[in-house]
Design a protein around this ligand. Sequence first.
Ligand code: UDP
Length: 323
Amino acid sequence: MKLLVAGGAGYIGSVVTRLLVQEGHEVVILDDLSTGHADSVPEGVRLESASIADADRILDGAGFDAVLHFAAKSLVGESVERPSIYWHTNVVGTRLLLDAMARHGVPRLVFSSTAAVYGEPDQVPITEDTPCRPTNTYGATKLAVDMMISGECIATGLGAVSLRYFNVAGAALGAGERHAIETHLIPIALDATSGLRDKLTIHGDDWPTPDGTPIRDYVHVLDLARAHVLALGAAQPGEHLICNLGNGNGFSVREVMTAIEEVTGLPLPATVGPRRAGDPTVLVASADRARSKLGWAPEFDLRRMVADAWAFRGTAPEIGDRR
Ligand code: UDP
């Protein structure tokens, strides 16, 4: 297929791009490089360094078979402090993309949604029928886009798959996490392990969980990427399929820390700080629908995610500047 990957220079987009190329697809990346990296774009892939508002020009007469849409602002804390940027980039940006796709007859969309749409769920594991009650602007904007896509499928016959990611980690195919502003547990903990930071601050250890730290469902970025390839084949005209992507296993912050110490063989200096606003206690996915509708099954465990992220760090040029 001929594919436009919006946000393909970012963490997940760059891994998915590499897998798509490996599978024989023709890929063009659209990325404004606001958080992505031009050198994450693999050889043989054209980079359109432009805003999502330029999708209309790029799709015009080009015969694309599908768009994979990763281009979004995705920091929970920032979304609470600066909601306007999130509504404009994530919602208005996607509206412009959908209009351009309809105008130029692009029949399929795979969209990066998030577990943040569910907020603090009443029960786990979370299925796609769990009520969506986002607790921050990031989750609200992704939910708004999911709703927009549902309407688009009915109105235009678009075939779409939204993939709701839980906690993505690891590296694959020469690409990995290279965020200038890092907020995620595993890369921050690896910084602390290797001395790039003094320590990890645990965001509270008084949560109602067995060891007092919050529990999350970690999924390897290569497993996630494989779900995107499967989603391209599963998209049906006029239908919007929504699937959670997680392993179905929960790990606490302290369990992740133990895995990091075991995998790296190094001590992880840490201190306990206050809870982080907006953090839910437990988020664990039911990925039954992804299994049945996409034929997806995650392969890699938490230790493999840590090992791959640890190995990738040695190759990422800017990690040394992240203090
Ligand atoms: N966390 C932490 N210290 C950090 C970063 C994260 O204790 O420096 C905790 C965070 O409170 C949450 C878990 O690690 O319980 C996973 O957080 P992350 O930001 O990686 O992903 P999220 O679940 O927020 O999307």
